[in-house]
Design a protein around this ligand. Sequence first.
Ligand code: BJW
Length: 252
Amino acid sequence: MPNSDISISIPPKLVAELRAAQHVAVLTGAGISAESGVPTFREAQTGLWAKYDPEELATPYAFQRNPRLVWEWYDWRRELVAQANPNPGHLALAELEQRMPKFTLITQNVDGLHQRAGSRNVIELHGNINRTKCFDQGGIIDFWPPTTELPPRCPRCGGLLRPDVVWFGESLPQKALHTAFTAAEQCDLFLSIGTSSVVQPAASLPLVALEQGITTVEINPNPTPLSARVTYMLPGPSGQILPVLLETLNQP
Ligand code: BJW
């Protein structure tokens, strides 16, 4: 039985729609990892952007200005992610994938917790903090010679190494983006979980689903710009709501 502090009721019509669904698409954001201890970005007291300026840390210009600061900030975050474990929300989505004919999990998160929870078909829109690439040439770099220089340099071209994440002003990986928009258009149920729904182009995905008349569900303890438009809003933490949703689905 999930440990629930809030009263969660899943509308029976939503359960019926989920049971009948052939293709479920899910978009997740930082909120799904909050219960694993990974900070979100925009929450007033605890979000990363409450303490750190994204202009100084999460743009290519920031990296060019102060690559060492940016590298060390991501090192700190890599450490946080390494210490975190998937929570019941991640685990419930991995289980949901198993019982759906088709399931597309699109994440804005860079923490790899969905994969660690057992999710297979994960589309990473904003990259992965555990991968490194060359700032100059963009190639993924798995190994580099030990060095005290920070950031280390690309063993192929000597350029600076950076995390393989998508910063503001950068394009998202084309294939991932295409797969995500196709899933949003073609699924028969769309779930938006733990995202403030403000960062584009990810924030457009549920809108694309809604334009197609697709049932769209939001799971979030706080309202977002999407909340008024969705078919169902399930207010609360995803680590509590998703296990209940799964359990309800599994009931005869
Ligand atoms: C819970 C919970 C619990 C808490 N359970 N929920 C004007 C209009 C439109 C677009 C733009 C514009 N000006 C600029 C742009 C483009 C820009 C953008 O969207 N800016 C907006 C901020 C306005 N986008 C881009 O630049 C993107 N690229 C692009 O568009 O390329 C083309 C282009 C280029 C140049 C100019 C214009 C277009 C790239 C975006 C890259 C985002 N990168 C980051 C950092 C990734 C690396 C890293 O991790 O460091 O991605 S920023 C950050 O935001 C991160 C996240 O993936 C992303 C989304 O955040 P998310 O996940 O929604 O987190 P939060 O914190 O915002 O929300 C958490 C939610 O969880 C809250 O709602 C809580 O309530 C909830 N929650 N606990 C469930 N237990």
